[in-house]
Design a protein around this ligand. Sequence first.
Ligand code: G3P
Length: 225
Amino acid sequence: MLILLDTANIEDIKKGIEYYPIAGVTTNPTIVSKEKTDFLKLVKDIKNVIGDNRCLHVQALGMKAEDIVEEALYLNKILGENIYIKIPVIPEGIKAMKILHEKGIKITATAVITPQQGLIAAMSGASFIAPYVNRIDNISGNGINVVKEISQLLKIHGLNSKILAASFKNVEQVHKASLAGAQSVTIPLNILENLLYHPLTDSSVDNFIKDWENVYGEGKRTNNL
Ligand code: G3P
């Protein structure tokens, strides 16, 4: 299982990689625009913070395959190792995926709403397929079912692409996506923190400390008795 951070906020990324087993960062044009800063500086800063061992997914904005290819080659060149170019599953995007795959560029197929979009992107060379779980749920679809069916399709047809489930609004969606066959999820820091939060865990820890300190003294720990 891989957990990626779905944010371009440097502070969240720093905190995320300090505390949690983060495999990489995903951005999209909306996420980047929230930071209201120079795009190239921002993505280079993110790259510097996460290093070469974590992956960075950056989206191309072109609406024609040729433009997407140009952007992808540019981003791949300036950002260096472990870069995935996010490309939406529109027809021009699929054409671009085929061209870029031939050139050895790593691709994440994005804005995936249906299982067949995911299948076609996988057949066109995308390494990751990103179904938008919450956006599907919001149009009265079933985001988790889409994850499940993409997982089945990849298995049935022997495709090596991985699912990078995206667009989450709560921990239950993340939990169900990881059970449904997603090999990776991308989530904002607050949802990652919510995955760990449980009041019973916190009260258990509080009680351990209280019971211990009643006997061994305030501030005492196993290594300073
Ligand atoms: O990574 C894709 C994701 O950012 C879309 O999420 O929350 O805008 O639906 P959201």
